[in-house]
Design a protein around this ligand. Sequence first.
Ligand code: NAP
Length: 274
Amino acid sequence: MKKGGVIGRNIQHSLSPMIHNHSFLSAGLDYVYEIFDWEESEFSENLPRLRQPDFFGANVTMPYKEAVIPFLDKISDRAERIGAVNTIVNIRGQLIGENTDGEGFILATRSFFQGLLGKKVVVLGAGGAAKAVVSALVEHHAEVVVVSRTGANFQKMVARIGKERVLTFKSFEGENKEYHLLRDADLIVNATNSGMSYEKSLVDFSKLSNNKLCVMDLIYSPEETHFLQQAKANGLRAKNGLDMLVFQASLAFTLWTGVEMDVPLIQNKLKGNL
Ligand code: NAP
């Protein structure tokens, strides 16, 4: 049996074991996926175990996507650009870091948003998830504007992705919200934590008269944030981050097994589990 799991902190609620164990079973693979709820101080002792032949690798989640990097042998160019790793693959005893969040996001947009080339996408937030999303959008030739609460994370993003790649820092604090940026946008993405505790929507969609705007929230729990509720109430097409979770998992699954995940099967399974 091959073993692996998700490395993080306070992650008992994670949907990843269900997603992967169900997929291993349906693909007839003798693999098992567990929760590795580790302190950072345990990394030097625990991570080398993943090099053993009976480990396929792991996912990495909050708060360790950056902290894990020094323990790996190599990271992909994409993970380097984002500055974070969400997937580790054990290749003949070498631990290789990859990041599948951004491509998972791109695959998730496809069911409700056609073609990113030249489209204007406004991303709210400049943390880890936003970096993965912005990096993927730039790869797919979208025109990206980032709206960030503070400049510090935004500057880190610019240092990674490059300021020639259409990045703008605007605050959405106070009354001076940047609504003009949204009036001709094609897609807006909430990549902040705002909404996880039912905070009110960062955008008042009733102030926009842009009915081509599509709206995506990376949050999937709660299933529908106020951000999504407000967008839908104003007639906009909107979706949550559950498909991104499934697609980033499917990309990691293929890296570990060489087999494609049955994505519709998992999407249906998750519907009854949130
Ligand atoms: P992170 O690294 O902590 O970054 C959070 C970002 O949100 C920062 O830019 C922060 O602003 C901003 N922020 C937090 N609270 C805010 C508020 N009240 N108003 C405005 N901005 C606020 O977190 P992360 O890893 O990027 O995760 C962000 C969200 O994405 C989380 O909800 C997470 O669950 C979700 N996510 C979903 C998936 C998926 O597969 N669907 C994958 C990854 C993450 P500052 O820069 O000013 O601090």
